[in-house]
Write a protein that binds this ligand. Structure first.
Ligand code: PEP
Ligand code: MG
Length: 334
């Protein structure tokens, strides 16, 4: 086992052959953003906006939202900040949009679905984000949580466009979204895989139940297959948008047409990070304290290594076999 905190992240995520893998931070407020910037995160891959409003009985006014978002954007001038619209419900209820009488909140009106009942809450939030983004120097991307269908993705992208937001995207947290990523990424311009929820829904195992931890493991072969399906779908969407031309993913890299990142806890596991990159994931977003560890392990493998290692994980019969097989191939983790 390696020391938990080998060093400080130098701010440039890359494989041993120089292939760039931007390492981003998951944050919930301006204080987190400051910490992430101090930890040299290359940007923000997940700004969980609902964390700002968990204790609120009423919808926060647009002006107040704009100010809170602006404070975060200000920490990352010239850098990417992926902000997520309210992910209310289940483990994160917000009184002004969630219905606490639902029998199965994790399968209920949560995430993007709350906008069916309260469309103005999403419209107001997009207005606040667009205003804060316009006034900032950050490269602001906006994504919706819990997207299940192409119609929802198209709808969200349209609402973003109407609000003046240039980079609408979706989270892939539902197996159906992973399996139809080619269709979802026609309108949405990027995807971020939320492995916490994607694992929960793939394994039908409540993420909050410790007794199900063995099932609730992102190393499960079923979860890895869905990550691959998401990346493959995004590649297909990109090729179709490029007019059927087959461009190699090296040409896409740096300015990929439909990039897929990961922002669930899985991205902060160094061995799993190698697998995700080998599957074609282009950015990883994690808690800032994982950045140095993940960067160190990524820098020890080439792109070819990562692809070969990803294959080992995909072909393993169990999560435990995948983990053991992958660690045996990464000298620093052996
Ligand atoms: C996820 O589901 O993996 C995710 C990043 O979102 P959250 O943990 O906030 O549900
Ligand atoms: Mg989630």
């Amino acid at each position: 086992e390696r020391a938990a905190n080998p060093s400080v992240f130098n701010g440039v995520g890359a494989l041993s052959d120089g292939f760039s893998v931007p390492l981003l931070a998951n944050i919930g407020n301006a204080k987190d953003a400051k910490k992430a910037a101090a930890a040299n995160a290359e940007g923000v891959g997940l700004f969980r906006t609902e964390f700002l409003f968990l204790d609120r009985a009423d919808e926060p006014p647009v002006d107040e939202q704009e100010k809170q978002y602006a404070e975060v954007f200000a920490e990352f001038p010239g850098k990417k900040v992926v902000i997520r619209t309210l992910d209310a419900g289940a483990d994160k209820p917000l009184p002004f949009v969630t219905d606490d009488t639902e029998p199965n909140p994790a399968l209920g009106v949560r995430g993007y679905r709350t906008s069916w009942r309260s469309p103005e809450v999403l419209t107001n939030q997009l207005t606040a984000i667009a205003r804060a983004a316009d006034a900032s120097e950050a490269d602001v991307w906006v994504m919706a949580p819990m997207i299940a269908t192409a119609a929802e993705s198209a709808d969200f992208a349209q609402q973003c466009t109407e609000a003046g937001i240039k980079r609408p995207g979706i989270m892939i947290e539902i197996p159906a979204a992973a399996l139809t990523a080619d269709k979802l990424l026609t309108d949405a311009t990027f995807a971020s895989i939320g492995t916490n929820d994607l694992t929960q829904y793939t394994m039908a195992a409540d993420r909050q139940l410790g007794s199900l931890a063995e099932l609730n493991d992102p190393w499960q072969p079923g979860l890895l297959a869905l990550v691959k399906a998401s990346v493959d779908g995004a590649t297909t969407a990109g090729e179709q948008l490029a007019g059927g031309a087959t461009t190699s993913d090296d040409e896409h890299h740096g300015d990929p047409i439909r990039p897929v990142g990961v922002c669930g806890e899985a991205a902060g596991d160094p061995a799993l990070a190698v697998v995700l990159v080998g599957l074609g994931v282009s950015t990883l977003s994690m808690t800032p304290r994982s950045l140095a560890n993940v960067a160190e392990i990524l820098a020890s493998v080439s792109r070819e290594d990562a692809r070969r290692i990803a294959r080992i994980a995909l072909d393993a019969p169990s999560a435990a076999d995948a983990k053991a097989g992958v660690r045996a191939e990464i000298p620093l983790l052996e």
